[in-house]
Write a protein that binds this ligand. Structure first.
Ligand code: B12
Length: 306
């Protein structure tokens, strides 16, 4: 399991530099650090990952940070990762899944791209292989469980949202048991600096309307992978849209079950084919993000040996 808080010594070991260099970078503000009551520096893992992503340091001892061995070593391209991930998911090799996803993340790929360009494509392939008998139902279910756990780890590795970050909540409706997409939306918005939380699957529309009026989020998303009947779904959506209008909340929809016939009968603020569309939409909202916990500007940082 990835460590949430680490010491300068652990980070120094992980990237193969001296502890003294590491402490100096902390003091220069290149890595966010706080002090214990005894005066020792402690580094949130989100800041360490942000530093690694922007400074290009290779990890030589990922295990010290709680990552599987060899994570972040070697080239992490989307195409190669997708092929290796497909194999790992079908085998149920969770450690390899963590290695691949964090390898991509540490190489600078966004959560949005990891979900849209890698994981969603892998699950489409799992669906096809299931249809043709190459993948068993248990392998599909196990893959979902593994990826949900990895998404929790990815979320824990992100900087916490600022206190005044815009709020977003979302979920799936009743008769929609698909967990992954709504979870991915939450983590993607978190990476974009939002305070975003998925309320999971199978929610009656009434309770989601109640959540909107109580939480008053800036954005509410609905992921729609399946519904029992079009009429029921359209009625639920109308209810959600009316409630969202009353609280000034943007209603954003996405998901494979939203066909043209249904979409023509409902109203919403935005419909997204993927997470990249969602990020494009939130940019149009012109929301000022608070200052998240970020390492200082790395512009004048010179990596060791240069
Ligand atoms: C895993 C899975 C399941 C699991 C899900 C478990 C879980 N914990 O989530 C369970 C067991 C529920 C399941 C059940 C069934 N499934 Co199924 N399932 C899948 C599978 C393999 C992956 C779905 C998935 O999670 N993908 C990953 C997500 C992230 O990808 P995504 O949904 O495309 O989401 C992306 C975008 O759409 C978008 N997005 C989605 N929502 C939102 C929301 C917002 C706000 C935004 C911005 C973006 C966005 O962003 C995402 C990232 O890019 C698909 C294959 C496929 N092609 O999708 C079949 C698939 C959907 N299932 C299928 C079938 C047939 C079934 C069953 C009928 C099987 C059965 N006989 O029982 C049941 C029906 C259940 C029901 N009530 O609908 C078929 C559907 C065929 C059809 N024509 O509709 C598919 C396509 C398999 C296939 N044949 O290829 N399934």
């Amino acid at each position: 399991m990835i460590k949430q808080v680490v010491t300068p010594k652990q980070v120094a070991l992980a990237i193969g530099v001296s502890e003294a260099s590491l402490k100096r970078w902390c003091d220069k503000g290149l890595l966010p650090a706080s002090r214990t009551a005894g005066g020792h520096r402690r580094l949130p893992i989100s800041g360490v990952f942000a530093f690694l992503r922007s400074s290009g340091h290779q990890i030589v001892r990922p295990d010290v940070l709680g990552l599987p061995s060899t994570t972040g070593q070697g080239e992490a391209t989307v195409d190669r990762s997708r092929t290796r991930l497909q194999e790992a998911l079908e085998k149920g090799d969770e450690e390899q899944v963590v290695r691949i996803i964090f390898g991509l993340y540490l190489a600078g790929h966004s959560v949005c791209d990891i979900c849209d360009k890698v994981l969603a494509v892998n699950f489409r392939d799992i669906g096809h292989h299931w249809e043709s008998g190459g993948v068993q139902v248990y392998q599909e279910r196990r893959s979902c469980e593994i990826v949900n756990r990895v998404l929790y780890q990815l979320r824990a590795a992100l900087a916490p949202p600022a206190a005044n970050a815009p709020k977003a909540i979302g979920a799936t409706l009743e008769h929609d048991p698909y967990t992954l997409a709504t979870h991915m939306v939450a983590v993607t918005l978190r990476e974009a600096g939002w305070s975003a939380e998925s309320y999971g699957t199978g929610n009656p529309a009434e309770t989601l309307c109640r959540a909107i009026t109580e939480v008053r989020p800036r954005l509410f998303w609905l992921s729609v992978s399946s519904f029992r009947s079009e009429e029921e779904f359209i009625r639920d959506c109308r209810q959600l849209y009316e409630t969202a209008q009353s609280t000034g909340t943007a209603l954003v929809l996405g998901g494979r079950a939203l066909n043209d016939t249904v979409r023509h009968q409902i109203q919403y603020s935005a419909y997204c084919d993927n997470l990249a569309h969602l990020l494009a939409f939130i940019r149009t909202l012109n929301i000022k993000l608070g200052v998240p916990e970020k390492p200082a500007d790395l512009q004048d940082y010179v990596p060791p040996g240069e």
